[in-house]
Design a protein around this ligand. Structure first.
Ligand code: SF4
Length: 280
């Protein structure tokens, strides 16, 4: 139609540039298009922020090195959507941040130990290796924890406050015992296991149980999402601060941090946060 402008309206995802060229080639010159991004393409990738602390003042860890990991806009941004303790599921991570995961696995202080916990699915987590960071499988049910141990992962269980008197016990041949720091106000991760804290033992064949406590604890082990101990109090305050002032290049930062620690240091990655690809 020579001389006549034809209006066409289309939704074109910027994630498929080849589709865009194909689309344009089908129309004659002088067509006017209004492009609108598809919802998926409009999602702006979130940055992960990492706070490093050489000597923690956290009551439970004691004076060891620790990190906090957060999304840039949402503290739960690096936590998996699927975590039963996460009250912000839809704003959390669906994928593991592979370069960051590789970085923390290698981020062990010289002559020392490093460990962390992840709520991502077992198949996405590396099994323990000598000289590397131990990644504990954080489980929401006894059955998940048994499965993790039988599959060769060190596991922890977030248990409901009602269960406090039940432990220790053996379930399906696997021993479950409470974290000793929950049983004594003056006991810390720094005191735990002699020179080898229980959570840093990748070859562990028993489950460490954390009984929910504090505000929101009633949600631990319940059907409703929520109950993360980092959602309130002092930990939440530091986590919020991580969001604002943490380092943006988390993979590089965590490696440099581990290298900077004194020989033989203990490093707990992620007082809060996980290995997810950050999402707001
Ligand atoms: S089991 Fe030991 S290392 Fe693990 S959280 Fe409790 S005190 Fe810390």
């Amino acid at each position: 139609m020579e001389g006549i402008e034809t209006k066409a309206f289309a939704h074109v995802s910027l994630k498929s540039p080849s589709g865009l060229f194909y689309f344009l080639a089908k129309f004659p010159e002088k067509c006017i298009f209004r492009f609108q991004q598809a919802d998926a393409a409009r999602t702006i990738p979130e940055k992960a922020m990492l706070k490093t602390v050489k000597v923690s003042t956290n009551r439970k860890t004691g004076p060891i090195a620790v990190t906090y990991r957060s999304g840039e806009h949402n503290v739960f941004g690096t936590c998996p959507k699927t975590c039963g303790l996460n009250p912000a599921g839809e704003h959390s991570a669906g994928l593991v941040d592979s370069p960051y995961l590789a970085a923390i696995v290698d981020s062990v202080p010289r002559g020392g130990l490093a460990w962390t916990y992840s709520h991502f699915a077992l198949k996405l987590l590396p099994k323990p290796q000598a000289g590397k960071t131990v990644i504990n499988a954080s489980c929401d049910t006894e059955a998940q924890a048994v499965q993790a141990v039988k599959a060769g992962y060190p596991a922890t269980l977030a248990a409901s406050p009602d269960s406090a008197e039940q432990w220790p016990k053996i379930i399906d041949g696997v021993r479950f015992a409470r974290c000793p720091a929950e049983l004594s106000e003056s006991f810390t991760c720094d005191d735990c296991g002699g020179d080898r804290p229980l959570c840093a033992r990748g070859d562990r064949d028993y489950v460490i149980v954390f009984v929910g406590h504090g505000t929101g604890a009633k949600l631990v082990g319940a059907d409703e999402s929520g109950g993360c101990y980092g959602a309130q109090g002092f930990v939440r305050m530091v986590w919020n601060n991580t969001k604002k002032t943490g380092a943006r290049d988390d993979a590089k930062t965590v490696k440099a941090f581990a290298e900077s620690l004194p020989m033989g240091s203990k490093l707990r990655h992620h007082i809060v946060g996980d290995v997810g690809l950050a999402q707001s």
